[in-house]
Design a protein around this ligand. Structure first.
Ligand code: P6P
Length: 338
């Protein structure tokens, strides 16, 4: 392997320093892969651009009446927030105009969104704005995205098969967290890097190079209101966390809870509940992308029965239980499950 193709982790002499822009980082990484022809780079830029627009909308939502519901439900039966729809439109438009994605699936849309770019090599699964019920109370929310190289022939209309390839076939995955600052964290299958958005420059700046999550942690994130319906092994695990006086942190926004646990060490749990016997979170645009990124950062992600990335997908909006975070915490939990 030549120097260029070696892993450009933070410690590598060719790694880029904190402070480099996302654009420069994407170009630099592309040169490390001679066969790269730039389409994935452009796709990542398109997603980053939409994230800048959502950053602006989220930060002025209260000022121009973008908070609150649309008075309709989305395909999930959840009340659609105004910003949900805006985010869905913005990401769909950015990906259509960018030309690299031949199709998109979105939490907000029942069916495949055909972009008309049938020569695009990639398909994108996206949750445009996860945790949107928190918008009105100023709690962090996030976008989650997952990218696959299409399996159908270039030039033809994409099909369901392009989206049901399985989690380990993702070529890139990540999230954009709109919190006290806006940060884009993603991987293309090697290192995991975080870029904080500087609105004054209109640039994402490398702020968290080569993220490696702690092997263990003392933070556990779950909705205690559901605990009565949890299986015995999960309750046993939670009791153990309480006895060890671990920190319970749950803000009802998966991307925010995940990001904190990724950096500090912890576990997020959304087990099957009476209301959601298959779990609440969606496989294709929540669990798969976060599990792909988590594993690249040294974490584990499981449904309780198998690694999330090994689940065979069968439908666009299927749900899964999700336990994701520090490997020693996840392994401890799995050891308690039936
Ligand atoms: P509950 C938001 O709707 C979401 O998908 C995740 O962001 C969040 O972690 C979870 O659901 C919250 O669900 O049932 O605890 O309100």
């Amino acid at each position: 392997m030549n120097v260029q193709q070696m892993e450009l982790t933070a410690s590598h002499p060719l790694a880029l320093p904190v402070g480099v822009t996302l654009d420069r980082y994407i170009m630099h990484r592309q040169t490390a892969f001679p066969y790269a022809t730039g389409e994935l780079s452009q796709l990542l830029r398109d997603i980053a651009l939409a994230g800048k627009i959502i950053h602006r909308e989220v930060n002025r939502a209260g000022l121009i009446d973008l908070t609150g519901g649309m008075g309709v439900q989305n395909v999930q039966g959840e009340s659609q927030q105004k910003l949900d729809m805006i985010a869905n439109i913005r990401f769909s438009r950015a990906l259509k105009n960018g030309g690299e994605a031949c199709a998109i699936i979105s939490e907000e849309e029942e069916d495949i969104i055909y972009t008309g770019n049938n020569h695009g090599k990639y398909v994108v699964a996206i949750d445009p704005l996860d945790g949107s019920s928190n918008i009105d109370v100023n709690v962090s929310i996030g976008t989650i995205f997952s990218i696959y190289r299409r399996v159908t022939p270039i030039g033809t209309e994409p099909t369901l098969d392009d989206f049901l390839q399985g989690g380990r076939r993702q070529v890139a995955a990540g999230y954009i967290l709109y919190g006290s600052s806006t940060i884009m964290v993603y991987t293309t299958g090697h290192s995991v890097n975080g870029f904080t958005y500087d609105a004054s420059l209109g640039e994402y700046i490398l702020s968290h190079p080569d993220i490696h999550s702690p092997a263990n942690g003392q933070i556990y994130s779950y909705n205690d209101g559901n605990v009565e319906g949890y299986e015995e092994g999960v309750q046993q695990f939670l009791n153990g966390c309480r006895k060890k006086q671990f920190t319970a942190r749950y803000i009802g926004s998966l991307v925010a809870d995940f990001h904190r646990n990724l950096l500090k060490g912890g576990i997020y749990l959304y087990p099957p509940t009476q209301k959601a016997p298959d779990g609440k979170l969606r496989l294709l645009y929540e669990a798969f992308p976060l599990a792909f990124l988590a594993e690249k950062a040294g974490c584990l992600a499981t449904s309780g029965h198998q690694a999330i990335l090994d689940i065979k997908p069968y439908s666009l909006h299927q749900r899964t239980p999700l336990y994701i975070g520090a490997p020693l915490m996840v392994e401890n939990l799995v050891g308690m499950l039936g």
